[in-house]
Design a protein around this ligand. Structure first.
Ligand SMILES: [Zn+2]
Length: 306
């Protein structure tokens, strides 16, 4: 049985444009590739599009009707008539069309400091390439392809060094062109996307280009003063604090903050000292604190007497 464009759309030969359009819309809702992913639907979808293109164009429809009258063979082949042989021929024909490689998505973890300064990460990606011997057909010389063992593709593991620029936001997506899956038959390669996850870190807070850090010190350091080690973006630094430093007192360190690439100078870091109560004390320390308390009590009583 051979079907005409009218048969394909399921409309009368006398149908007007609105009727054809409505029927076409109805069929699109059934066979659109987004709705129906079967090979059969794909084939029918192409057929109904061809039919609609002709029948919804006045001139093309007129020519088509005329041709049909003169030559019965111009009828379209039936949708029902297509066989897997046809489909095979179809895919075979399309096999050599350029195919773009898929994009690859990977994620990397970097810490807060790396995010500020920029860093590098090596990512491993598995890249599948269409088998160069059998061209993905899985067979060569009438037997299973020996190169890919009939898989039709070759998997290569590849290491790519990715430069992560400074000052990225968490979850930033870097695109590395051309490093995705390989394209086939002259098709472009896909791209590699690297999602950068920045691990939160409490030590550093950045505001207006200045680095802020809190450092805990013991009560005796606060009272006696002395050297305190402070973490900076560039490593550990030591600051000397005066006796009787109060909690929340801040100190400014210069030339240890964020590097300004234009001036090649480092910015400031503000260190805030927090006096921390010890969570454990030895008996000896406990006695010394008692002693301190006693001395203070005496000082107070002396004041009252005065
Ligand atoms: Zn092969």
């Amino acid at each position: 049985m051979i079907k005409s464009y009218y048969d394909i759309l399921g409309v009368e030969e006398s149908a007007n444009k609105t009727q054809i359009k409505n029927q076409y819309k109805k069929l699109v809702k059934i066979y659109h590739p987004d709705i129906n992913s079967s090979l059969e639907a794909e084939f029918i979808f192409k057929e109904i599009n061809k039919a609609a293109q002709i029948l919804l164009n006045d001139k093309k429809r007129k020519d088509y009707d005329l041709l049909r009258k003169n030559n019965k063979k111009i009828y379209r082949p039936s949708c029902n008539k297509y066989s897997f042989d046809d489909l095979f021929k179809k895919t075979k024909k399309e096999e050599n069309k350029p195919i773009k490689g898929d994009d690859i998505f990977v994620s990397v973890e970097i810490d807060y400091k790396e995010a500020l300064l920029g860093t590098y990460r090596v990512v491993n990606i598995a890249n599948s390439t269409i088998c160069p011997k059998c061209q993905g057909k899985k067979f060569a010389n009438n037997s299973i392809c020996s190169y890919c063992n009939g898989v039709g593709e070759k998997i290569d593991n590849k290491k790519i060094t990715v430069k992560i620029p400074a000052n990225l936001k968490n979850k930033a997506k870097l695109r590395i062109k051309n490093e995705g899956q390989k394209g086939a038959f002259g098709g472009k390669n896909g791209d590699l996307y690297v999602v950068v996850n920045i691990q939160p870190k409490d030590e550093f807070t950045i505001k207006d280009g200045i680095v802020y850090v809190e450092v805990k010190i013991s009560p005796y350091t606060a009272v006696l003063g002395g050297n305190v080690s402070v973490l900076t973006l560039w490593g550990e630094a030591t600051i000397k604090i005066p006796p009787l430093t109060k909690t929340n007192q801040s100190f400014k360190l210069v030339n240890v903050g964020i590097l300004n690439e234009k001036t090649n100078k480092k910015g400031d870091q503000i260190v805030t000292l927090i006096v921390e109560t010890p969570s454990k004390v030895t008996d000896e320390e406990f006695r010394l604190y008692e002693k301190l308390k006693e001395i203070n009590q005496k000082k107070k009583n002396a004041k009252i007497i005065n």
